[in-house]
Design a protein around this ligand. Sequence first.
Ligand SMILES: [Fe+2]
Ligand SMILES: [Fe+2]
Length: 276
Amino acid sequence: MNPKPTADYPVRKPKFQFSDSVPKHWCGGNASLTHVLNAWTILFPEGEKYFIRTVQKYVPRLKEGQVKRNAIAFVGQEAQHAGEHRKFWRNLKEQGYKFEGFMNFVVWFAFDLLERIFSERMNMAAVAGLEHYTSLVADLGLRSGLLKPAHPEMRRLFEWHAAEELEHKSAAFDVLKEVTESYWIRVTGMCIASGIFFTFTLVAVLIFLWQDGILFRFKTQKELFRLLFTKEKVLPLTIAAAFRYFRFSFHPDQEDNLHLAEEIFSQQEHQYREAI
Ligand SMILES: [Fe+2]
Ligand SMILES: [Fe+2]
């Protein structure tokens, strides 16, 4: 008898506990980099719930096969990410940050307004585009060693999440391909994703830096400039990767980065309890 076919990846269940010893600028004392990562920590839980809602609408309609199995595993992985990132909200609040108003706006604008306005297919295209960005920043984070000076718990959280983003980078794209072959829907979804991703990340970073009272400090501007343009070159690399997505023949599997994920899994393997 053939073994039951499985998804290309499991749903791991690491459990994080963020102690009060995690400092405010937990990524090597670099406030700007820390707040980019904090921005995603507040945006991911609602964003990933949106990914899950969108993909789950299509799961019953997908053909039996690898795309469907991977879509189900994708939902499982994103649910874990959302839950673990949300745990750090307690630390952020205890550190004095206020972001409920911003998150209420994000939820209203992105999920009460845009999600309802767009068709199911356009929402799926936006999710595929956003997943391109999460795998892109995951690649950047793991390849550049940006997370090495981070507090160990936060480093482990982001490395696990980044590795799984690389692992399931094709899941939403493959669902979209099965739903529609339209290049224009894919590209329009990517434009929506770009607007949402860059705007919400930037505003959240500015809010955190403002609340620290260091938004206009020279050191902060220098950190941001190095991160975006000269050292890690996040902005040109991100824009280049966004344009790769516009190639007619693009597929996420063309991005050579799975080895980065495998390195993390082999380091962290003993900490996972697999759900499926
Ligand atoms: Fe995720
Ligand atoms: Fe993802």
